[in-house]
Design a protein around this ligand. Structure first.
Ligand code: LLP
Length: 413
């Protein structure tokens, strides 16, 4: 259910008016709905309830401690890609035995900590990584659980910057090389092969590449098993798309059905790593209009949020719906909504139809829960925005707005 609605002409998150949050916390500010988060996790659990599945939330999508705590409490594990994500997840209460560690490059200190806390699996992407892992596991007197990430050379039909399943990308292992690593792991007392997997990309709205990918993983798992090796799981990564604009992504039930029906005959546990699907539409970015201006070609609405707060439009040309906080009867106009950063690319939305906006008015960008705050930066020496969690008629700050002194806290004069 959409938790961002208009009540009496005013935008709300659950039962809190966005203008109240703007007044008390200031803008720019990320606002998350707790009901939306737990609702998504519940839908995910229901969709996969018919089959043993480990649901590992991709922490990179939104790693705010309160967001993580809610997701882990609701029953998900974690897919992490760095020591920072591991420590955050532990702090937020994840069970180490439900953590998988993805990523094409892992440092020694990162591997050692993950070994020490006893994660579920390292998703290995190269021979060098596996050798390193074996050496460090030996040093610690441990057995490292591993999964081999395959590059299936499948086009996920998404933005090329977030497509990860083709040979032209840095990700995963070619199957023939992975087969050699199976033997390497088999012969090494400090490694235990548990799974195979892939992640072909993000914001995928077409089920066909997903179906193809799972068939390929099942076929590969069969080869490994036929060679006399044991396997525990198949990891299909993340990637299920959401609605930003007019996309029609598959339903979570269709997605689950495709994965489960392919993996079930093998009897292996299924693992998925959804990020965007869980948090994307559970958050918005609330902004205040600073000024409006016109050129002979364009009408601009300049807001206090910018590409440093939400980089997706500038980085991927991605679409975020932009809505006024107060519905008005006024005449709609066509505007570019832009931030104050000194780059032409600092545009949140081009040619958007909005009611007349004046300095001091509030508007918000939808679908900003995933890859919003986690990709925020201090560009232009702008402090990172506050983050607020709404629950019913209550809200609380879950990340205070950065202070000016934070900007140079670690610098020397
Ligand atoms: N697993 C692995 C190994 C991944 O690399 C990713 C995302 C996921 C899971 C989660 O994918 P999701 O379910 O969220 O699609 N910053 C970009 C998205 C980058 C995705 C990177 N990997 C954006 O704002 O669109």
């Amino acid at each position: 259910m959409d938790q961002f609605t208009y009540q009496h002409g005013e935008a709300h998150c659950e039962d809190v008016a966005l203008k109240t949050i703007a007044k008390e916390i200031g803008t720019p500010c990320y606002v998350y709905s707790k009901a939306s988060l737990s609702g998504q996790v519940k839908k995910l659990k229901d969709a996969f309830s018919a089959y043993p599945t480990l649901l590992c939330y991709a922490v990179k999508a939104n790693s705010n401690l309160s967001v993580l705590k809610e997701i882990f409490q609701d029953g998900m594990g974690a897919d992490i890609v760095s020591l920072g994500e591991l420590e955050r997840s532990l702090k937020a209460g994840v069970k180490p035995t439900e953590v998988v560690y993805s990523g094409v490059g892992k440092r020694e200190d990162e591997i050692l900590r993950a070994l020490d806390v006893g994660i579920y699996s390292f998703n290995v992407e190269s021979k060098a990584e596996l050798e390193n892992l074996a050496r460090l596991a030996k040093q610690r007197g441990k057995i490292a659980p591993i999964s081999l990430r395959i590059n299936p050379n499948i086009d996920a039909k998404t933005n090329p910057k977030i497509a990860t399943g083709l040979f032209s990308t840095k990700f995963g292992l070619v199957e023939s090389e992975a087969m050699e690593l199976v033997l390497f792991a088999q012969n090494n007392p400090n490694l235990e092969l548990k799974g195979v997997g892939c992640h072909i990309g993000s914001q995928i709205t077409d089920l066909k590449p997903m179906a193809e990918a799972v068939e390929r993983m099942v076929a590969f798992a069969r080869r490994i098993i036929a060679d006399g090796h044991k396997l525990e799981f198949i990891d299909m990564g993340g990637g299920l798309g959401i609605v930003y604009d007019k996309e029609i992504p598959p339903s979570i039930d269709q997605y689950a059905e495709i994965l489960i029906s392919a993996v079930k005959p093998l009897g292996l546990r299924l693992l998925i790593e959804p990020g965007r699907w869980v948090v994307g539409n559970a958050g918005i970015l609330l902004c205040t209009v600073l000024a409006t201006k016109k050129t002979p070609k364009k009408s601009f609405v300049i807001v206090d949020g910018a590409m440093n707060d939400l980089v997706r439009p500038a980085m991927y040309d991605s679409f975020h719906a932009i809505q006024p906080v107060l519905l008005s009867e006024g005449i709609e106009g066509i505007h570019d909504v832009v931030g104050p950063v000194c780059e032409t690319g600092d545009i949140f939305g081009s040619d958007r139809s909005l009611p007349a906006m004046n300095a001091g008015d509030l508007l918000y960008l939808r679908s900003a829960g995933a890859y919003g705050s986690t990709m925020a930066s201090n560009y232009n020496s702008r402090t990172k925005p506050a983050e607020v969690m709404v629950e019913g008629a209550q809200f609380k700050t879950v990340r205070r707005r950065e202070k000016l002194e934070d900007l140079w806290r670690d610098e020397e004069l």
